[in-house]
Design a protein around this ligand. Structure first.
Ligand code: CO
Length: 500
């Protein structure tokens, strides 16, 4: 057997272990009774260890070397060359950091999570500060072991958005920030106001469930290869490209919380359902980066789900399902409510226009922390002054400010930018798709979404993780990622809605 074939055999086992662990995690979040927690933690730990030992073995290292030699001469476009590149990246990431540091990281962040929960509840940043300093220091050590060229931040960002550098993020966000800040101001000064209370009327949960299943099926999520359940935090997970599951959540008095979460997760899921069979059981299966993944979820949630055309088409069905809440509401009023812009303190409640500003603030602070450019005692003030500068609102408490997100306590630094990169990628793909097909708005008005999905399948999904994100965006849209398309999208959409 060739070295490449032997390597693929091991990688297939590694992939199956990952999928099995994902089933356990899905069950834990959707169905497991509280009593199952202890045994589940051990089950997951055993699978995690098996995965790590199998994947980081000397044998895999040797097979990677030999496979590369075997492939010498194969074109850059070869699947096998891509497989070796992607596998080597993951192998390096898992082997470069010493076991002791990995263990300390796991221990510290698991305790840090508890400390953060308490600190947030007590609105007491000082009680969390020493822990945060420790976590950031460990992240710094991990980054040093992984290595980087220009900025320490790059070593962490690379895990979530392969190949992306903070210098590029600085440029892209720097271009976009003043435009968003200005847009928020104009919207606030506009005489047009959206009536958000439409969304908080009574929407019976069993009816919401019906709608959430209906709407994801309508846009192309395949129930033969998936299912939708309920979880505290909506997510998408998959155990192969033929079993891609989504979750949503229900609040009787907040309709967008379920419908748009379902569309969002269906966007993630259709990306995974579109991953080609030939990549199953290899590191090339599925979405290439968090940014690209988020571009898919955001597109179905925002460019499709919150569009005039989609809402005009779908609103009669909503009205029929919720006659008490929506009987006297027009599709146009519903659309305005679904696209209402309102600067707020909390990221996860933010609208399309202000969301990016929440992300930029976090990105800037993370980078300063990693670079050692901030006195942690100043962090709450720094947070608050940036909120004031970008969004015109100042947190009333640290719980609603610097303490609001779970990420830092979990040791996840370098992740936040991918949310906004996803928005930018979605706009750039959408722009190109609309150039390729001039009648997308008309298709959506008729409730037809097949051509949109087909375009994404052909230009993004079919490649799995074969290309680096920066190459894939050029392949799909003809140009490198920038904030131009997103800026144009926000400008034209919200100028129209708010008569700017
Ligand atoms: Co998402």
């Amino acid at each position: 057997m060739s070295s490449l074939a032997a390597l693929k055999e091991i990688l297939n086992k590694v992939a199956r272990l990952n999928q099995a662990a994902a089933v356990l995690d899905w069950d834990q979040q959707c169905y497991m009774p509280p009593g199952g927690a202890e045994a589940r933690a051990e089950q997951s730990a055993v699978l995690g260890r098996l995965h790590h030992d199998l994947f980081t073995s000397d044998e895999v290292g040797t097979l990677l070397e030999k496979s590369r030699a075997e492939l010498n001469g194969a074109g850059l476009d070869s699947d096998d060359v891509a497989l070796i590149r992607v596998t080597q990246r993951e192998f390096d990431r898992e082997t470069k950091v010493p076991g002791d540091l990995v263990a300390e990281f796991a221990r510290t962040t698991s305790l840090a999570h508890e400390t953060w929960v308490k600190a947030r509840k007590a609105n007491d940043f000082e009680s969390f500060r020493p822990t945060l300093e420790k976590v950031v220091d460990l992240c710094r050590q991990v980054a040093e072991h992984r290595g980087y060229e220009d900025n320490i931040y790059d070593a962490l960002l690379d895990e979530f958005e392969p190949g992306m550098k903070s210098a590029e993020v600085d440029k892209i966000f720097g271009d976009l920030r003043p435009l968003l800040v200005e847009m928020v101001k104009h919207i606030q000064e506009s005489a047009v106001k959206a009536d958000g209370s439409i969304m908080t009327r009574s929407y019976p949960i069993d009816k919401q469930r019906e709608i959430c299943n209906d709407v994801v099926k309508l846009v192309g999520y395949e129930f033969e290869n998936g299912r939708q359940d309920e979880a505290a935090h909506p997510f998408c997970t998959n155990f192969s490209n033929k079993d891609v599951r989504i979750t949503t959540r229900f609040d009787e008095h907040y309709l967008p919380g379920s419908i748009f979460a379902s569309l969002h997760e269906a966007g993630h899921a259709m990306y995974e359902q579109g991953s080609p069979d030939k990549y199953e059981g290899t590191p090339l299966a599925g979405g290439v980066s968090l940014g690209f993944h988020e571009s898919q979820s955001r597109m179905w949630e925002n460019q499709v789900g919150r569009s005039k055309e989609f809402i005009n088409f779908y609103f009669p069905r909503l009205q029929k399902t919720f006659p008490d809440a929506l009987g006297n509401v027009s599709a146009e009023e519903f659309r305005r409510a679904a696209n209402r812009v309102e600067p707020s303190l909390i990221r996860v409640e933010a609208d399309e226009v202000t969301y990016g500003l929440h992300i930029m603030l976090r990105y800037e602070l993370e980078k300063m922390m990693l670079e050692g450019k901030v006195d942690f005692k100043q962090l709450p003030d720094l947070w608050n002054s940036k909120m004031e500068e970008y969004l015109g609102v100042t947190p009333d408490t640290d719980a609603n400010g610097v303490l609001q997100d779970v990420h830092w306590s979990s040791g996840i630094l370098g992740y936040f930018p991918t949310y906004q990169l996803g928005n930018l990628i979605s706009a750039q793909l959408w722009e190109k798709m609309n150039q390729d097909m001039s009648d997308i708005p008309e298709q959506m008005s008729r409730g037809e979404f097949g051509a949109i999905l087909q375009w994404l399948r052909e230009n993004v999904h079919q490649y799995g993780s074969k290309y680096m994100p920066k190459d894939l965006i050029v392949k799909a849209t003809g140009k490198p990622l920038s904030s131009d398309a997103y800026n144009a999208y926000i400008e034209s959409k919200y100028s129209e809605i708010y008569s700017l």
